[in-house]
Write a protein that binds this ligand. Structure first.
Ligand code: IVH
Length: 795
């Protein structure tokens, strides 16, 4: 055998192996090899094809992205027109559809069911599929090879998007198995999953590019690219729901079996495809999918029912452009158009002034919407929204309605820009724009933030109310029965000017409040009294420090063990905790530095609040750093991880480093000249040397010893690790899994970052999983988590 024959054989076998893996992965959803193995096969094929370009065929899995961009799409004619569907919005529409189908098939049903035409047993069998929210596409296979992809267009002529559909990973370039007709045109929806859409928008945002309003727009924008190499980078997917031209072969007799055959040939179909007998069963399917709508990986706008028997479909035929044998049962829309009549500003707990869109009332998903969030001024700018604009509003599940997009074509001539108020709409205090302070390399850089804040603090009734609502809430001080309405009254009547005043309320004061009688007054006062002994974590959380949620509060309490230590902690010390960056560290520090907050804490304690503290420093804290980390975190210019490590190894102690003479420093290896100069300059400034001593002293006071490298930490097995749980867990709830991990010393965080040790991903995992994969963070499934947990159990 010649070398070329060898190569040809190997190429053929690699291609069929890769095609088989693709089939398992995209169609059966049962990956057969690890990604690394797949990549290896793919690379080998690419390399062989590069050596033997004459052996490249268009159906090779390496040939998805073709040469150059088009100047325009060609047009194609659909020999079998691509039709649309009639809609059912209510159950009655569905029952009527079923009635029409049965009327239309009356003759058939008589022969089918004898004279039983009007009995309940004359039920029609329907296929049920989700109605994916994407774009209809036709794929033409000739002798099993994909030769053309086209958009629906007006149903008769569409655009030739062959180069683009070839880049869609789950579209086979070549059919699998056997038995397909010589000419087979399949039809289906090209769409983008929710996770794919989010990841795409995240990437666009990072690159400062334009984001898409929803997965449908993202799919449409991606498919209509003249440059298919752009389409190739977009996470598009295809799902087949029907067929067009069929020549030189036949398809089975039912819609259900046709889709099963198509699947066998390697074309993905919906996993939710079901058969239902009669309208009641269709209705059940509609409700079942409706309930699972939020949990599906992709957006759907309804379900589609089709008469299963193809001969009956033919018998029923079409009316205008809609088949009489199929109907789309739509879910209530989640997006609607309406007019933005005004933008008002609300003041939150931390004083953040948030723009809220006031809307002309509109029904979205069965609920009347009159307001929508605009998040912050960056978002207002990103949307380019003006007062008077027509906007697209979206409401999904329990999520607060959002403004997705402006319909620019409908902007009225008198549209007004959104202006941030210069003074707080509630208390009249000044409004300032937050600053983003980035500290690093011994320098600070300040840029403007997206958030505007009322500087009024607790003078501002809005902030005061929100602070107290937060303070009293279940996960904070847990004052039972102290609802928002009561808090509003207390603040409006000036009975409460800070959270501390709650503990000084008297019977006479409370009983004056609307809706209060003797018993309810006693109940509220005893609920307040019962909240007097919070554990430290709850107390810290209740204070409402900006950016300090429950997790951070727990971490602070667990690490430092006392309120006094947390109050004193320097920002440079706080950053040793996992997941606390400079921004949060400064928020915490500044909060406790502020006189007003000190007074509130003092008043709380004076009014009888007794914080339950562990008192002990957690040994885990000692494991958060090495001397090298310490040097690195000082932010000396040009001294990064390696330089810091070498300095630590050479000098061993901070004093030795501060007092190092120039000779000693020059002789040192593993540090360049520039960095050496920077080290000398840094410590020659008395304030920097002093600050470093202060940080070190506090770290030592709090239990850190440089001798202990992270690996030698005594204590819990997962100490210092950060875990993230995402998706659904089956054997135990996420809360239980979290508790178990925390008991082993791990921190369980809600977001994935480069600091994350491990992500546990269950079914339905989305953007967090994508991010973990991107960052190369270890990902475990639930079984692997259970195995890990079991391995720590003491037998
Ligand atoms: S069947 C003659 N099935 O909905 C039958 N359409 O409103 C034509 N769609 O253009 C379509 N999921 O883009 C069918 N399971 C499904 C579908 C589906 C989504 C879209 C398709 C079509 C539109 C009609």
């Amino acid at each position: 055998m010649t070398q070329a024959q060898d190569a040809a054989e190997r190429i053929a076998s690699l291609r069929s192996e890769i095609d088989a893996h693709n089939y398992r992965y995209y169609v059966l959803d049962e990956p057969s090899v690890p990604d690394a193995e797949y990549d290896r096969l793919f690379r080998e094929l690419k390399a062989l094809e590069a050596e033997h370009p004459e052996l490249i065929t268009p159906d090779s899995p390496t040939q998805r992205v073709s040469g150059s961009a088009l100047s325009a799409f060609g047009t194609i004619r659909h020999e079998v027109p691509m039709l649309s569907l009639g809609n059912a919005f209510e159950e009655k529409d569905l029952l009527e559809f079923d009635r029409r189908v049965r009327d239309g098939l009356a003759d058939e049903l008589v022969s089918h069911n004898g004279n039983d035409l009007f009995s309940q047993t004359a039920e029609i069998e329907y296929t049920c599929e989700p109605k994916l929210d994407g774009l209809a596409v036709s794929l033409l296979y000739e002798r099993g090879v994909l030769v053309r992809g086209a958009t629906r267009g007006d149903g008769t002529t569409g655009e030739d998007i062959t180069a683009n559909v070839r880049t869609i990973r789950n579209v086979p370039l070549k059919l699998q198995g056997r038995g397909w007709p010589d000419v087979l045109e399949v039809r289906g929806e090209v769409f983008m999953s929710k996770a794919g859409f989010e990841a795409l928008n995240e990437r666009a945002m990072e690159a400062g590019g334009k984001t898409f309003a929803n997965p449908r727009n993202a799919a449409a924008g991606s498919l209509r690219q003249l440059d298919s190499s752009i389409t190739a980078k977009r996470p598009l997917e295809f799902c087949c729901y029907g067929y067009g031209r069929v020549e030189g072969g036949t398809l089975p007799n039912t819609q259900y079996e046709i889709l099963q055959s198509v699947r066998k040939w390697g074309i993905p179909i919906s996993k939710e495809l079901k058969l239902a007998k009669g309208a009641q069963a269709c209705r059940d399917y509609y409700h079942d999918i409706g309930e699972r709508r939020d949990g599906l990986a992709y957006e759907i706008d309804g379900v589609v029912f089709k008469v299963n028997r193809i001969d009956w479909q033919k018998e029923l035929g079409f009316r205008a452009r809609e088949p009489r044998w199929a109907i789309a049962h739509k879910f209530p829309a989640r997006e609607e158009l309406t007019e933005l009549t005004n933008v008002e500003f609300q003041v939150g707990r931390t004083g953040a002034i948030t723009p809220v869109a006031r809307l002309k009332p509109v029904q979205v998903g069965g609920v009347t919407v009159t307001n929508a969030t605009l998040h912050n001024m960056d978002e207002v700018e990103r949307l380019g929204v003006m007062i008077g604009d027509t906007v697209i509003i979206r409401r999904a599940g329990d999520v607060i309605p959002q403004v997705m997009q402006v319909v620019l074509e409908r902007r009225p001539a008198d549209a007004r820009p959104v202006a941030v108020p210069t003074h707080c709409p509630v208390c009249g205090s000044e409004v300032e724009r937050t600053q983003l302070v980035k500290r690093g390399k011994g320098r600070e850089s300040v840029s403007v933030g997206a958030v505007y804040r009322c500087v009024g603090r607790l003078v501002c009734q809005a902030q005061l109310k929100q602070s107290i609502i937060h303070f009293a809430s279940r996960r904070a001080m847990d004052i039972d029965g102290l609802g928002d309405k009561i808090i509003e009254q207390l603040v409006d009547r000036c009975m409460v000017k800070s959270p501390a005043d709650l503990y000084a309320l008297t019977f006479e004061q409370v009983i004056q409040l609307e809706g209060f009688a003797e018993i309810s007054t006693r109940n509220l006062l005893s609920a307040i009294a019962n909240s007097r002994t919070p554990v430290l974590a709850r107390f810290i959380f209740a204070l409402g420090i900006p950016d300090v949620g429950e997790e951070t509060a727990k971490l602070l309490a667990r690490t430092f063990g006392s309120l006094e230590r947390i109050q004193r902690a320097l920002p440079e010390v706080l950053i040793y905790l996992p997941d606390i960056g400079y921004e949060v560290a400064y928020e915490i520090h500044n909060f406790f530095e502020e006189e007003h907050n000190q007074n509130v804490i003092g008043d709380l304690l004076r009014n009888g609040v007794q914080v339950q503290e562990e008192g002990e420093l957690h040994p885990e804290f000692a494991g958060y750093a090495t001397f090298a980390d310490f040097i690195e975190k000082l932010g000396i210019p040009y001294v990064a991880a390696t330089g810091a490590k070498n300095l630590a190894g050479h000098f061993k102690t901070l004093e030795a480093l501060i007092t190092a003479d120039w000779l000693d420093l020059s002789a040192m290896k593993g540090l360049n000249e520039r960095a050496k100069n920077a080290v000398r300059d840094f410590f020659s400034q008395a304030e920097y040397a002093e600050r470093a001593r202060m940080i070190e002293a506090q770290l030592r006071e709090f239990g850190m010893h440089w001798e202990s490298e992270r690996t030698q930490v005594e204590g819990l097995p997962l100490a210092g690790q950060t875990w993230v749980l995402t998706g659904t867990l089956e054997a135990m709830s996420r809360d239980v899994a979290k508790e178990k991990l925390e008991a082993l010393g791990a921190k369980v965080s809600g977001s994935v970052s480069a600091k994350t040790t491990c992500v546990v991903a269950g079914p339905g995992a989305g953007s967090k999983l994508t991010k973990a994969t991107e960052l190369g963070v270890t990902v475990l499934d639930e079984q692997a988590l259970l195995d890990r947990l079991a391995s720590f159990e003491v037998s």
